[in-house]
Design a protein around this ligand. Sequence first.
Ligand SMILES: *Cc1c(COP(=O)(O)O)cnc(C)c1O
Length: 490
Amino acid sequence: MQLIFEKSVPGRQGVTISKSDVPTSIHLNPALLRETPPDLPELSELDVVRHFTALSRRNYGVDTNFYPLGSCTMKYNPKVAERIAGYPGLAHLHPLLPQLRLGGSLTQGALQILFEMDHLLCEITGMGAFTLQPMAGAHGELTGIMIMAAYHRERGNKKKTVLIPDSAHGTNPASAGIAGYAVKSVPSDENGRMDLDKLREMLDDEVAGLMLTSPNTLGMFNPQIQEICDAIHSVDGLVYYDGANMNAILGKARPGDMGFDIVHLNLHKTFATPHGGGGPGAGPVGVVDHLAEFLPVSVVVKREDGTYALEYDRPKSIGYIAPFYGNFGIVLRAYVYILMLGAKGMRRAAENAVLNANYVRHKLRDLFPQAYEGTCMHECVLTAETLNQKHGVRALDVAKGLIDLGFHPPTIYFPLIVHEAMMIEPTETESKETLDAFIEAMRTIAEQAGTDPDALHNAPLSTPVGRLDETRAARNLDIAYTPLCGCPLP
Ligand SMILES: *Cc1c(COP(=O)(O)O)cnc(C)c1O
C-alpha cells in the first residue's frame, strides 16, 4: 500500500509514504540541504550504554537513598505503577489516534481511565468535576485561578486581588500574578497559621479569592478553615485549595466538605511518582459543580451507548491549557496507585506520612527545635537557629554535612518566615530504620557543630568538588565537570 499526499503542500508534492510510514523520497528545498554529512560521534552501543549508565549512577534518587526534601514529597514510586504505565498499548498510544473509529478499540481504554480518574479524584476531594490536563502543580494553580477569573467575569465582578498567606509556596503568588491579579500577603499568627483576624481586615469587594495550602508549608493543619471559607464567600470570593500536601489528609478530610471551591492536586507527590527534578508531573484541578462549565477543553464524557469521548463544545470553558490530554503517563501511574491502595490503603498512607514526620520531629526537638510548636502533619519545619547562635553553624552547613553522611539534605530556608529553616518530609514510604539512621546523622552533625564547626563550614568533603559555589556552577557549567569513568563522550 502506498499513501500519496493528495492535497498540495508547498514543496511536498508527490511525497510518497511507504507502508511502514518511512518516507522514501522527500523533495526538500535544496537551499536547506547540507552539503556534507553532519559530524556526529560514532560509538559502539556498549560505549553509549556505559556513558548513560555512568550518568544515571551519578543521580541521587528515591530508588537509591532517603530523600527528605520537605514540600517535595519524594516518596517511593511503586514499580507496579511503572510496569503498567510501560504496557505498550498505553505507553505507545499516539495522541492523534481517533477516539472512536477503527472499531473504537484503540483509545477507548485510555479515555475510560481518564474518565474514571476524574471520578476517583472527585470522590477523594469532594469536588464536583475535574480536569486532568494541567502538567504540574503550578500549572494547576494557573488553571484554577483562570477559572476563578472566568467566574468573576461571568458575574460582572470587578475583582483585582488574590490573598495568599505568607507561608505559601512561591508558585501561588506567581500563578495569581500571571493570571492578572495583584497579590496581597496575609500574615501568619503565633501558631504558624494564617491570621484569621488579619484576613478579615483585608477583605473588600476587590478580593477575587484566597489561595490556601492545607496542611500549610509549615506542616500545620488549619482548624479554622470553615470560618476562612465563610469569610471569603461573604465578599463573593472563591477559596482555592493548594492540595500539593494532600498526602497528609488522604481519606481523612476532603477540601470539598470544608468549603473550598477550586482545588489542585499534585498527582506526583501525593499518589505515585515523586516530585522529580522538573520531570513530568500532573496537577489536576477540581471544582464545585457550578464552576464545572469553566473547566478547560477537552473533557472526557461517557455517552449513552457506553463509549467515551472527548468533548470540546463548551462555550464557557477557559479554553486550551495543554496539548492533548495532559501527562497521561503520570495520570496513569496515580490511577494504578489509587486502585491498588483503595480507600483503606490511602488512609494508612496518610497516617504513616504524619506518623513518620512526627517521629523525626520528636527525636530531634532537643537539638533542632520546631519553628512552631505542636503536632505536625506530613512534614516538620525545624530550625538551626540555636546551632547558629551557639556555634555559627547554619542550616546550609547542616545540609552540606548531611551529604557527607550519605543523606540528601532536607529543604532549607523555606518557608521564608522561619529563620534557618529545615523542612523535613520523610513521607509514608520510609522504614523506621531509615528514619533512625537519618536522625542519628542529624544528631552527629549537631554534636560536630560544637567540636569542629569549620569542618561543617567546608562540607561536603566527600564529593569530588567540595562545597559548590552554586551561582558560579550554574553560570559556568564546565567548572563542576569531572570526567566519567573512562567514557569517551564529554
Ligand atoms: C510542589 C508544590 C507546588 C507546585 O507543584 P509543582 O508540580 O512543582 O509545580 C505548589 N504548592 C505546594 C504547597 C507545593 O508543595
